[in-house]
Design a protein. Structure first.
Length: 277
C-alpha cells in the first residue's frame, strides 16, 4: 500500500500525517470514493472524481483539488503490482474545533492505493432491522460518516453473510452498505430508484447503460419483502462489479441465475473495452 496526504507520499501508511483536530476524524466531516484498479489502470476514474466533487458540494465543504488528487493517484500507483486493486480517495473539511462547527482552513486530501483480491462472483446477504433515511441531510452523498454502515456489516458477518441490505423508512428496498441491489422477476431486472434514498452508484449507472441493449432493466421501488420471492438477486458495486447472491437471510437461491450470468458476461465485455467510460 502507498498513501499520499495533501500530495506528499508517506514513508509508511502508519506515518503520522493528519492533525488530531481534522474534522474528518472529529465528526466524520468528509467525502470519499473507492476506485477499482484493473490491469494497472483505474476504472471509471473521471466518474468517481465527478461524484466526489458533487458529494463535497452537497456536504458544503468546498471543491476538492482534482488535479492534486489525480497526481496523488498516479504517485500511489507507481511501483506497485496492481493486477487488481483499489484506490481510496478521501477529502475532509480540514482542521476544525472539537465540535460540529467547521474551521476555515484548507481541505485535507488523502489517497491510498493497494492491491487486493477480486471479490467472489457469488455472495450472501442479510436484511437488517435498521432503515436508511431517504429524507436525511446526507442522502445521495458519499460521506465518511459511515459508522451506521460499519454496524450493519458487523451484523451481516455475525449472521454469516457478506453484506447487509436495508429498507428505507417507507419499508422499500433501498441498498447495501457498500453496494446497490438488483433483482430479477420473470426475466426482468429491477433496481430501486434514487428516490428510495440509495446512493447513485457508478457501477449501478454503468449497468443501467450497458445492460439495457440486451436485458430489460427497470428502476422501480418495491417493498423489502420482494427479496423473499425474486427469482435472482445481485449486488453491484465498484470492486464487486455484478455479484450473484446465493442466500438472502435463510432463503437459498441458485446463483448465478441465467439473467445474472448474462449480466456478468456483458459487464466483463464492456469493462474490457472502456477504462474510463
Amino acid at each position: 500500500m502507498k498513501v499520499s496526504v495533501n500530495g506528499r507520499i508517506l514513508q509508511s501508511p502508519d506515518e503520522p500525517s493528519i492533525g488530531a483536530l481534522d474534522h474528518g476524524l472529529i465528526v466524520g466531516d468528509g467525502v470519499f470514493e473507492t476506485v477499482a484498479v484493473i490491469d494497472g489502470q483505474p476504472f471509471a476514474l473521471t466518474r468517481h472524481l465527478e461524484r466526489l466533487s458533487r458529494s463535497a458540494a452537497g456536504l458544503g465543504i468546498g471543491r476538492p483539488d482534482v488535479g492534486l488528487l489525480r497526481g496523488a493517484i498516479a504517485s500511489t500507483m507507481a511501483g506497485q503490482e496492481l493486477g487488481f486493486g483499489r484506490i481510496r480517495i478521501t477529502v475532509t473539511s480540514g482542521a476544525g474545533p472539537l465540535g460540529s462547527p467547521r474551521g476555515s482552513g484548507d481541505l485535507t486530501h488523502v489517497v491510498a492505493t493497494e492491491s487486493c483480491e477480486r471479490p467472489p462472483a457469488v455472495s450472501t446477504i442479510v436484511t437488517v432491522p435498521w432503515a436508511r433515511n431517504e429524507r436525511g441531510a446526507l442522502v445521495g452523498l458519499k460521506t465518511t460518516s459511515y459508522a451506521e454502515n460499519a454496524k450493519m456489516v458487523e451484523y451481516a458477518h455475525h449472521h454469516g453473510a457478506d453484506e447487509a441490505v436495508m429498507a428505507n423508512t417507507r419499508g422499500e428496498l433501498c441498498e447495501g452498505t457498500g453496494s446497490n441491489i438488483m433483482y430479477v422477476v420473470d426475466g426482468r431486472i429491477f433496481t430501486p430508484t434514487l428516490e428510495s434514498g440509495c446512493l447513485a452508484g457508478i457501477t449501478r449507472e454503468l449497468a443501467l447503460k450497458w445492460l439495457a441493449p440486451e436485458l430489460e432493466i427497470v428502476e422501480e421501488d418495491a417493498p423489502l419483502r420482494v427479496l423473499r420471492t425474486a427469482d435472482e438477486i445481485m449486488l453491484v458495486g465498484t470492486t464487486r462489479t455484478i455479484q450473484a447472491i446465493s442466500r438472502v437471510d435463510d432463503r437459498l437461491l441458485d446463483a448465478p441465475g441465467p439473467v445474472t450470468a448474462l449480466a456478468q458476461q456483458i459487464w466483463r465485455a464492456r469493462e474490457a473495452e472502456h477504462t474510463d467510460p
